[in-house]
Write a protein that binds this ligand. Sequence first.
Ligand SMILES: Cc1ncc(COP(=O)(O)O)c(C=O)c1O
Length: 412
Amino acid sequence: MHTESDPTCPPDAGWYHDRRYRVFKQAKAEIGHLLGYFEARHSHNGHTVQTETGQEVINFSGYDYLSLSRHPEVQKATLDAVARFGSSAGASRLVSGETPLHQALERRIAEFLGVERALSFVSGHGANVTTIGFLFGKNDLIVHDAYIHNSVLEGIKLSGAERRSFNHNDIQDLEEKLKQTRHFKHVLVVVEGVYSMDGDAPDLRAIVALKAKYDFVLMVDEAHSLGTVGETGRGIAELYRVPPEAIDILMGTLSKSLVSCGGYIAGRRDLIDFLQYNCPGFVFSTGLPPANAAAALAALDIIDREPALVEELQDKARYFLDQAHAAGLDTGTAGGTPVFPIYLDQHAAILACNALREGGVNAFPIIYPAVSRSAARIRFFLNRAHSHAQIDKTIRLLSSYLSTLSDPGLAA
Ligand SMILES: Cc1ncc(COP(=O)(O)O)c(C=O)c1O
């Protein structure tokens, strides 16, 4: 029905009367123009990006941690895959979508992580949703870190399992939540290897130790820890020197350090076999494009061959954190990872990002509803190719902008 107050209201559009739509519409009108969302870039998403006018800006918004997306081997593998297999998998993997590239990628992921098998999915988000939704059900309990990624939450909703959240990285609270689980059929605990909003990591050894006391399946989302933590980039198990098989479901993405698109689940042969023939988001979905498999495979080969790339990223991450602390910036619990939040009041975070952009630095504010209203921040993803000078310039620009915030008009 068209309303008097808004003649554009489409008839029978259920969402139009949804409170979430009204909140969104108001927020978009108030601050949308300040956020820079959906602004097209005109180059690859590297340590710098080119704007529409050809200006090169320092970029902290891309996931290419190891700076591989334009590596000649990655590019060649991608182009060769398109030339040989075309642009699409063309069908579900089960029925003719399969190529040797899919098989090689999955063997390589499993080998790299030190587990029996892996399976690739067309989306990292989708991998979490469909795997959790498929493996767990209404008689199960899923316990997750309070800061867990949206894809895990969506998977839990789909599963119908009971959900309990524990305070971020709080092992004691996790144990409390595990104490009353007797009437559930299965219990799943889900954490991230590196928290993508906070740049910290869970105490994996302590979580694994809980497995001896409580019976649960452990799942770790390694979207931001693969290629970034552990001596050779093998992720959270390597970081804590925990045997990889202690993690029952290792989830990761192809879209971050592996500079492609898609996700994977890795673990025991029986788990992967079960998913490969039954998991809806795998079986009833066209396979990963061969070119994406090729790109991820080439990136993984490079990381395996050149652990110095991971070391360089980790050195730069230490440098970023040291400089941020020296400038008095609040990075919360971040440390040991290439992800850095800088906490500010929501309004200040938005304005500071605009000031950074004017100064030639691309970083985005993370605001409600992505995080709670009191936890707004600017988030920085480090890229191995960032120079010390680029990091220095960024911290300098940010602190000099923040020093103007003693003006109450700006901080309001
Ligand atoms: C922790 C985490 N899990 C899953 C995903 C989804 O992965 P993808 O972007 O590859 O779909 C993301 C994406 O940023 C993430 O940060």
